[in-house]
Ligand binder design. Structure first.
Ligand code: AHG
Ligand code: MN
Ligand code: MN
Length: 334
């Protein structure tokens, strides 16, 4: 599916008319984003059918990350490639599920990166999952595509977003001038604008982390969570709430919707790895969204958006969300 499809006109019109810091969205970027949104719409319809169309369970294969692939990881990856490869504005794409980038026939210079299916452990239990995407611009449009073309810091992103397949299918999008959200109208096959100027509250009483890894955390993270757990009468003198969906896309959607912080920090289980989550497909696009919504995102030492990647599939420690909490975590790490 490409931008030539006849549905999703509301989203197309949005991209045609919105101003990004006083400028129109380049038509090539519009073409690419419409193709991504169209594909996610198809994916949403498939996800909703699950076992009815044989979508659940393991694919019996492994990906470049050494993880077992679910059927839907593979299906989503294939759908996205199929959905965007006809975009004239696209030079190449890279996916969490594939070792190497794919060059496409387009004459343009956009690069698309994606986590086709985030929250794989939640597919078979009917809990929210999603797709995360990031768009970069190739620095040397004329040269043949190489892996190193993708190794740009998050600051180079020209667009990023996710689509969460939950009770509603909702897309969050940033073009570098704030964050907007669209919800899929399943009857008319339209992503309809539901929220402009998404803002993350600077203060919060809600944190999100996999507590079962507590014994493996570094001291600053342990201190932060201990202080949250101490509640009224403790260092923070307020009671905190905890949530962990185990789909980054759904946990970050909650943070963008009602504040809070999300953490998947480095831990001692695999000390040589900087973290579990992937910089290019998960941390960078989510950090772009969070910063654009007035929040912050760090690996403890540096803002994630400032990290210069050295490997397409590199991992990173992630702490993002309400600004005051992220600043506190940065102080604890200093
Ligand atoms: P993916 O499904 O793309 O591999 O990503 C899963 C990630 C992320 O979405 C989530 O926050 C985290 O893994 C959950 O990890 P735990 O199973 O350790 O809770
Ligand atoms: Mn993921
Ligand atoms: Mn994934």
């Amino acid at each position: 599916m490409t931008a030539s499809t006849t549905f999703n006109t509301h989203f197309k019109q949005y991209l045609e008319t919105v101003q990004v810091k006083g400028n129109a969205v380049p038509t090539g970027l519009q073409e690419l984003l419409v193709a991504v949104a169209d594909t996610c719409m198809t994916l949403s319809h498939e996800v909703a059918q699950g076992a009815l169309i044989g979508l659940l369970g393991s694919a019996g294969t492994g990906n470049v990350q050494g993880e077992v692939q679910q059927k839907l990881d593979v299906i989503a990856n294939d759908l996205l490639i199929e959905g965007v490869k006809g975009c004239q504005s696209l030079a190449g794409l890279a996916s969490e599920e594939m070792e190497l980038p794919v060059a496409v026939q387009g004459t343009g210079d956009y690069l698309l990166l994606f986590d086709p299916l985030d929250g794989s452990s939640n597919i078979d239990v009917n809990v929210s999952i999603g797709t995360i995407f990031s768009v970069l611009k190739k620095q040397d449009p004329a040269a043949p595509l190489q892996t190193t073309d993708f190794l740009l810091s998050g600051r180079h992103q020209v667009a990023a977003g996710y689509v969460v397949y939950g009770p509603q299918t909702t897309m969050a999008l940033t073009l570098g001038d704030g964050v907007v959200m669209f919800t899929l109208n399943r009857v008319t096959s339209e992503f309809v604008l539901i929220k402009e100027s998404v803002e993350i509250a600077h203060a919060t009483k809600e944190f999100s982390i996999n507590m079962s890894n507590m014994r493996h955390w570094a001291e600053p993270v342990r201190r932060y969570v201990d202080e949250c757990l101490a509640g009224v009468g403790g260092e923070r003198d307020k009671d905190f709430n905890m949530r962990w969906i185990a789909s980054m896309v759904a946990d970050v959607h909650r943070v963008l919707s009602r504040g809070g912080i999300f953490m998947y920090p480095w831990d001692q289980r695999e000390p040589h790895k900087p973290g579990k989550l992937r910089l290019m497909y998960e941390a960078n696009p989510m950090s772009f969204l969070v910063e654009q919504a007035g929040g912050a995102s760090t690996n403890g030492d540096q803002l994630i958006m400032d990290l210069i990647p050295t490997d397409l599939h590199e991992r990173v420690s992630v702490m993002l969300g309400s600004k005051e909490e992220i600043e506190r975590l940065q102080r604890y790490h200093a």
